[in-house]
Design a binder for this molecule. Structure first.
Ligand code: ATP
Ligand code: MG
Length: 556
């Protein structure tokens, strides 16, 4: 595979370096990584980066990757999300070894908590969350011990059992690790391990009314699965000390945590919580709205798995957070679609053109290549008639200098058809151009041109009578600013009001054979993909990306 080859040429990134050393020194025979999504939303492009990293490492080095759902927050999680996450990972082309759920470890985790209590390393606290916060201190001031900190082991065991049995309402009690309220790392100041929450869980139902906190679930799950390299984003760096402390006190398999920088894309938001708001409040049509930075949105928009993996590979992994230009993602999909997308002609903003020396009612069937980038990509038939549509922007009554498209007295070639000359402009009562009359140049048919005439411009076109009307959805950036999440106030105030424009376009009849998700290059207009809203009577296309390549031009 060519991405593999490319990787070989590149020097190792810092995580690959660590793993390479661990394997060479015999610390491990193989590595185990995991991708640990919380099933509280659909995966986005940032997750794709983490997926490519975790699965990519075990493609490169011996070992395997698990998929683990980090489902310890019953109120936000749902099986719909579990299914979409699995579907998206598979679509990207990755296979997990084991499908696991943190909720499967609830019994084991409960046992670990009891063990900590028995060792005098955890206690039940009756303080409210406000009281706990008050005693926590600040980064520069030490915290203070809770009045419940010195309960006996017996009392703690009894109270924790009662918590589990449902004796207390939400928030009435917590189980906390007994570490050090004066610790320089705030997360080590007696962190909460369990909270009371009477809520239905998408997998365990009503079996539990206490749930482990992230810090008490994540590291222990890693350890139970013998994960060697647990990769997470930078904000978890201060959690590593607690991760190691818990593993050490419990004497369980020593998984290790490593941090890498989150990947953010400009002109969008990459946070499931924020994306959920867009869906719930109807700013987009759903999680797979083609403007969304979700994997499902990108798929519906016409992105290929290869283009997304290529994008993640190009940005690589880093130790510092930065904003990635969406232009790079667009560059990757253009590169891929240029090679594979079938060419078709579609007029998005029609202007009627009449070939006055072509007989009325006649349909001449021409042919055109499906994809000049692929040998033997085949041809399709193109109907040529007296009345055609071209793009409005391809005609100028008073042409600017170096305008090589159609203008009075000028000649152009109609792609895969004839050279035509513009003879007359027809206007309505308001002076608007409604029609352009042209004549066809004899012996100028593409492939059989003996006219001896050279023209600079080639235009795409369709027959007015033989074409099919299409609904075409033109997308622009979802947000008007690069970093909506970093702005003052509500990020939704920065939505781009013009992110969707719907037009009726006219396409050549071969498009009737298109299938949902199939990608095309509409000549001179961009790459488009057939949307699932299409019916036999109404074909709908999404613009994946325009043809213009701003990213490459700006020199990266
Ligand atoms: P969100 O804020 O969107 O909910 P999250 O980090 O809470 O993201 P998780 O479901 O916990 O989402 O993420 C699963 C994995 O994906 C984690 O290891 C997380 O670090 C990683 N991840 C999430 N967002 C990004 C991102 N923008 N770039 C790189 N990795 C990410
Ligand atoms: Mg999360």
């Amino acid at each position: 595979m060519h991405t593999e080859e490319k990787k070989e040429e590149k020097s190792l990134n810092f995580l690959e370096d660590i793993i390479d050393t661990d394997l060479r020194t015999g610390k491990y025979d193989q590595i185990v990584t995991r991708f640990p999504p919380e099933p509280n939303g659909y995966l986005h492009i940032g997750h794709a980066s983490s997926i490519c990293l975790n699965f990519g490492l075990t493609k490169k080095f011996p070992g395997y990757t698990n998929l683990r759902f980090d489902d310890t927050n019953p109120t936000t999680e749902d099986t719909e999300y579990v299914e979409s996450i699995k579907n998206d990972i598979k679509w990207l082309g990755f296979e997990w070894k084991n499908e696991l759920f943190a909720s499967d470890y609830f019994d084991t985790l409960y046992g670990y908590a009891v063990e900590l209590i028995n060792k005098g390393l955890a206690y039940v606290d009756d303080s409210t969350s406000e009281e706990i916060a008050l005693l926590k201190g600040t980064p520069t001031e030490p915290g203070k011990d809770s009045p419940y900190r010195n309960r006996s082991i017996e009392e703690n065991l009894e109270l924790f059992a009662q918590m589990k049995a449902g004796a207390f309402p939400d928030g009435a009690k917590t189980l906390r690790a007994k570490i050090d309220m004066k610790h320089t790392n705030m997360l080590m100041r007696d962190p909460i391990l369990y909270r009371v929450k009477h809520a239905h869980h998408h997998r365990t139902g009503n079996a539990w009314c206490i749930y482990p906190m992230y810090d008490f679930a994540h590291g222990q799950s890693d350890s139970l699965e013998k994960v060697t390299h647990s990769l997470c984003t930078l904000e978890f760096m201060p959690h590593r000390e607690l991760y190691d402390w818990l593993i050490k006190q419990l004497g369980i398999y020593p998984s290790h945590q490593y941090e890498f920088a989150r990947r953010n894309l400009n002109y969008t938001v990459t946070s499931k919580r924020k994306l959920l708001q867009l869906v719930k409040e109807g700013h987009v049509s759903g999680w797979d709205d083609p403007r969304m930075p979700t994997i499902s949105g990108l798929r519906r928009r016409g992105y290929t798995p290869h283009s997304i993996v290529d994008f993640c590979d190009r940005i690589g992994v880093g130790k510092r957070e930065n904003m990635i230009d969406v232009g790079l993602l667009e560059f990757c999909i253009r590169e891929d679609l240029n090679k594979i997308a079938t060419r078709r002609m579609v007029v998005l903003d029609p202007l009627k053109l009449v070939i006055t020396n072509f007989p009325e009612g006649k349909v001449e069937w021409l042919t055109s290549e499906n994809n000049p980038e692929i040998e033997n990509s085949g041809e399709r038939n193109l109907p040529f008639t007296r009345e055609l549509y071209i793009e409005k922007e391809d005609f100028m009554e008073n042409p600017a200098k170096k305008y090589f498209r159609l203008a009075p007295g000028k000649m152009v070639r109609l792609k895969s058809a004839y050279i035509i000359q513009c003879d007359e402009v027809v206007k309505d009562g308001d002076g608007e151009i409604v029609q352009v009359n042209c004549s066809l140049i004899e012996n100028s048919r593409s492939g059989a041109d003996s006219s001896g005439i050279n023209v600079k411009g080639t235009l795409h076109w369709v027959s007015t009578s033989e074409s099919v009307p299409l609904e075409v959805r033109l997308y622009d950036r979802l947000f008007a600013v690069e970093d909506a999440a970093g702005q003052e106030g509500d990020f939704k105030e920065y939505l781009n009001p013009n992110s969707l424009q719907i037009v009726t376009a006219y396409g050549e009849p071969a498009l009737k054979e298109a299938t949902v998700g199939e990608g095309f290059q509409f000549l001179r207009k961009g790459y488009f993909s057939m949307d699932r809203d299409s019916t036999k009577d109404k074909l709908v296309f999404n613009r994946t990306v325009t043809l213009r390549d701003n990213w490459a031009k700006s020199g990266k």
